[in-house]
Write a new protein. Structure first.
Length: 214
């Protein structure tokens, strides 16, 4: 009788998986990701509210800002173009972070990055940035934006040559459970993502806020 029960349960599980496109429905990580996503939306909206207050106080662009939530796995989209008028995320992308002492271009710290403001640390820095001048980059689509760190946690960004640029190694789509390739501290997006973001930054009449947080 017991063996029949196990056989029936196995058949039922396989049938359900087949109906679900072959994905497991028991113990699936999908529901955990969805739940986490909902929680992070609340967190993102709160950050956006704070960002809007900062932008108003410092004469930054109040139409949109860039929010990067480094608490999310690097294989998930955690780079947000936030529409401050509509109070919602308008675009989201993958973004890489610094590798530190781990191997360059690998994903060793995909779910537990560390951060530093120290030169040669090869780590990303948390805090608010003013997106600066547009210039030539050796990477990706050959365009970069300078990043002016506005806090004690990131005020060495220019000295460290931390800039916003694209990287051909970055994917357009989520790669979870794998992570995004890690560089030397710059927030990097895919070439296609950068081509969408570039006009927003280039045509902005006021400085744009990028806020990297954990």
């Amino acid at each position: 009788m017991k063996s029949f029960f196990y056989f029936f349960f196995s058949v039922l599980t396989l049938a359900c998986q087949k109906e679900n496109g072959g994905k497991p429905i028991f113990g699936s990580t999908d529901s955990a990701i969805v739940s986490k996503s909902k929680i992070d939306t609340l967190k993102t909206n709160k950050k956006a509210e704070e960002a809007l207050g900062f932008c108003k106080a410092h004469n930054f662009n109040t139409d949109f800002c860039i929010l990067i939530d480094m608490s999310l796995h690097s294989g998930l989209k955690r780079f947000f173009i936030y529409d401050l008028k509509k109070n919602e995320i308008s675009k989201e992308y993958l973004v890489g972070h610094g590798c530190g002492t781990s191997s360059w271009s690998e994903d060793s710290t995909k779910d537990n990055p560390t951060f530093s403001n120290e030169d040669n640390s090869h780590l990303s820095s948390l805090g608010k940035y003013k997106i600066g001048a547009r210039g030539y980059s050796n990477w990706g689509v050959h365009v970069k934006y300078l990043m002016h760190g506005l806090e004690e946690t990131n005020n060495n960004a220019l000295k460290r040559i931390i800039v916003f640029h694209s990287w051909e190694k970055m994917s357009d789509d989520e790669v979870f459970p794998k992570g995004s390739p890690e560089g030397w501290g710059c927030p990097t997006v895919s070439n296609n993502a950068f081509k969408e973001i570039d006009p927003l930054l280039k045509n902005s009449k006021k400085p744009v806020l990028m806020w990297i947080y954990n």
